[in-house]
Design a protein around this ligand. Structure first.
Ligand code: SER
Length: 269
């Protein structure tokens, strides 16, 4: 499936579920001195989460241009070393501003991946925040994910914060299994995700409930949802390739560079 079709399917699916399609904000955030570049789809909606502004539509869907090259979410050190990190990337996201919460967010994400994109459920693993039995139960009881495919993780992995300050909350992540042949040798049957070669995070669902300010942490006026799925990673999974650079998002430009430079893309490993 071509990347442009994944973008289209994502927007159409969430529009069908009453989300308003909003354009990506510019890469340079407007009126936000806490960020150099947009690092997530939720940036432009920060004031809706905190209650500083009222959203006309309580549900939104976006495809956000992002750069993670500094600050709290800095991928720069990984670029060029892994198959899945970039300077620039696109994040598919659906948002609830005080409207739906965990049950609906989990249900829609699972439907989109396993029905719309028809990804094999056996290739997906889930993490939840260690305190979030509710999310674990929803995955298990509502969506039928076996408990041995759901893993509890701490704040480092499953508590999402935009930056030093801003809206934040526990999250649940969906990982894609690229298969044994990509193992980095750390596979552990009790905790497969230790194998970061084989398993790749493709979607993060954040249950926004708090705001960090210089005075500490406070509860948001209403629990909300912020999700983000990396388009390039999802496309790699859908196109059966391991390297994001081998997807149609990059191959066109790479072929052109090969022609101009007279050099071949070659073996990346
Ligand atoms: N804000 C979360 C992230 O960037 C989910 O969109 O991972």
């Amino acid at each position: 499936m071509k990347a442009h079709l994944i973008r289209q399917k994502f927007s159409t699916f969430f529009i069908k579920h009453d989300h308003k399609k909003i354009s990506s904000s510019p890469l340079i955030p407007q009126n936000d001195p806490t960020l150099l570049f947009a690092n997530a789809g939720m940036n432009q909606f920060k004031d809706y989460f905190t209650g500083m502004a009222l959203a006309k539509n309580k549900r939104a869907v976006t495809i956000q241009k992002c750069v993670r090259a500094g600050g709290k979410h800095n991928d720069l050190e990984n670029v060029g070393f892994t198959a899945r990190h970039h300077t620039f990337f696109e994040m598919l996201g659906n948002f609830s501003f005080g409207d739906y919460f965990k049950k609906e967010a989990i249900h829609m994400a699972w439907e989109f991946l396993t029905k719309e994109l028809a990804i094999d459920k056996n290739k997906l693993l889930i993490t939840v925040h260690e305190s979030d039995d509710e999310a674990r139960d929803i995955w298990h009881n509502q969506e039928g994910v076996p408990l041995n495919r759901i893993f509890k993780m701490g704040d480092k992995d499953n508590f999402w914060e935009m930056g030093e300050f801003g809206p934040c909350g526990p999250c649940t992540e969906i990982f894609y299994d690229h298969g044994e042949k990509y193992s980095d040798g750390n596979y552990d049957p009790n905790f497969p995700l230790k194998d970061e070669g084989r398993f790749v995070e493709i979607w993060n669902l954040v249950f926004m409930q708090f705001e960090k300010t210089s005075e500490g942490i406070k509860k948001l006026p209403k629990p909300s949802v912020d999700t983000g799925a990396g388009l390039e990673r999802l496309t790699a999974a859908m196109q059966g390739v391991y390297w994001n650079y081998d997807t149609d998002l990059f191959q066109g430009i790479i072929k052109e560079i090969e022609k101009i430079s007279q050099k071949s893309y070659g073996d990346k490993k």
